[in-house]
Ligand binder design. Structure first.
Ligand code: SF4
Ligand code: SF4
Length: 449
């Protein structure tokens, strides 16, 4: 049965199509649920189902509900919105599903409809407008925020705030987050030249997404990524027009802002054949720009071409025969699979291999390494209770004889650093590329001496 009604609607949607009770712009894709055979093989993989045991909080339940709205059986209301927004968008169900149902994409499309039908109001609406719409898409404001955070850390205000207990007015999860704020450096974008030359003769020119959270909170990881690529003979392009990838907006159902940001990045990287990303969530979002523009025939070919260029930096280095470091980093390390790297991009082997091939590194397996840590974009802020449970499970799994925990996503780095602090542990949380960078830097020092 064709569920798409080709009705002329003078109503809220600018397009002429509706789909059952989906009447807003950017309709969900019926092909995404058509393959679900309700087998339930995704249930045990789903962290929210594992925690609640409730069908509506399982992938199969969510797919069923999303289809039911399209068939006009249920309305878009709070009872529908809750299970859809309680999903982590972690994609573990996609790895488990034998029918390749794209549950994550479907969830994002359904959220797009919910946010148009039920816009956020009151405090939540104000926070969303200020942070997601006011700060993230605007580089000047984002840099200003970074500057304020640096001032807060360096001026002594942070020490005073912590000592006086003034932070106790914040909700617990925000306080926990403040406690693990990394030292905020200066963003790479705008500070580095737009073309950073390779060491020696360049093999290839690649573009690099600097990201928003990554460049504010972890500019040291961005610096390390550039150094590692340069050392491997790659010239790194950092076009100034690039910006936030829009993942947080798309996850939150604001597909309109997501598309504006996507257009900016597509334009910024149009002269590059390859664009590398060191943040799993951003990489996954960029690889799915073609899905984002599914209903836009003008943008779709450009988005498809762009999505093809995107690659995770650890996979790129491994596939391009990265220079094996000679210097040792003597440490025991475990590796956490960021959901959007393992489930979203199918990258599991390459980052482990990069680590494995650094002399002195001893890898220790992490049980259920690809189970979500609870970060999930800003899920840990919007759903602190569920995120906290998942973080506790992750920390219980971290082997107790390791010195470092490595991963490839800034959200996971913050979340797991919070877990280390909360659980009174001492492991250092690192990005995979940093390990390689440290080994190369030792090699360079050795050559100089
Ligand atoms: S989403 Fe996939 S695994 Fe889950 S019930 Fe449907 S077909 Fe089965
Ligand atoms: S994306 Fe994650 S939380 Fe959402 S249904 Fe799939 S497994 Fe469950």
């Amino acid at each position: 049965m064709n569920l798409v009604n080709m009705l002329e609607k003078g109503g809220p949607a600018c397009e002429t199509k509706t789909l059952g009770n989906y009447i807003w712009d950017d309709l969900p894709d019926p092909d995404k649920w058509a393959d679900c055979v309700h087998c339930g093989m995704c249930l045990e993989a789903c962290p929210t189902y594992q925690e609640t045991g409730e069908e509506q909080h399982s992938p199969r339940g969510r797919v069923y509900l999303i289809q039911a709205v399209a068939e006009g059986k249920i309305d878009i209301n709070e009872a529908f919105s809750k299970p859809v927004f309680d999903c982590l968008d972690c994609r573990a169900c996609e790895t488990a599903c034998p029918a390749d149902v794209q549950v994550g994409g479907l969830i994002e499309e359904a959220r797009g409809q919910i946010r148009q039908a039920m816009p956020l109001k009151g405090f939540k609406g104000t926070v969303s407008k200020t942070v997601l719409n006011g700060i993230f898409p605007n580089k000047k404001r984002l840099n200003m925020l970074g500057g304020l955070m640096r001032f807060y850390q360096k001026s002594g205000m942070q020490t005073i705030a912590r000592k006086t207990g003034v932070l106790n007015v914040m909700p617990n999860h925000m306080k926990d987050m403040e406690a693990i704020l990394p030292e905020v450096g200066k963003p790479v974008l705008g500070r580095y030249p737009e073309e950073v030359p390779a060491e020696g003769k360049a093999k290839e020119r690649v573009g690099m997404l600097t990201g928003c959270v990554m460049d504010i909170m972890f500019s040291d990881v961005n610096e390390a990524t550039i150094r590692v690529l340069n050392h491997n003979g790659f010239e790194v392009g950092l076009p100034k027009q690039q910006g936030c990838c829009g993942a947080l907006h798309i996850h939150a159902g604001d597909r309109k802002t997501g598309k504006e940001l996507a257009k900016r990045n597509i334009e910024a990287f149009k002269d590059f054949d390859k664009v590398l990303v060191n943040a799993a969530g951003c990489g996954c979002a960029l690889q799915e720009y073609d899905e984002l523009f599914r209903n836009d025939p003008e943008m779709l070919p450009l988005a498809e071409e762009f999505s093809e260029k995107i690659e995770d930096v650890s996979k790129f280095l491994y596939d391009n025969d990265f220079k094996r470091p000679k210097s040792a980093i003597n440490t025991k390390i475990t590796y956490h699979d960021a959901c959007h790297l393992a489930h979203g991009q199918g990258v599991r082997f390459e980052p482990r291999q990069l680590l494995q091939e650094i002399p002195g590194v001893e890898m220790v397996d992490l049980p259920d390494a690809d189970r979500c840590c609870g970060s999930a974009g800003i899920y840990n802020l919007t759903h602190p209770e569920m995120a906290g449970k998942l973080l506790d499970r992750k920390m219980d799994d971290i082997p107790d004889n390791v010195e470092m925990i490595s991963m490839g996503n800034p959200g996971c780095m913050l979340q797991i650093a919070m877990g280390v602090k909360k659980h009174g542990r001492s492991e250092k949380v690192v990005h995979t590329i940093q390990l390689l960078d440290w080994a190369y830097e030792k090699d360079k020092q050795l050559l100089k001496s």
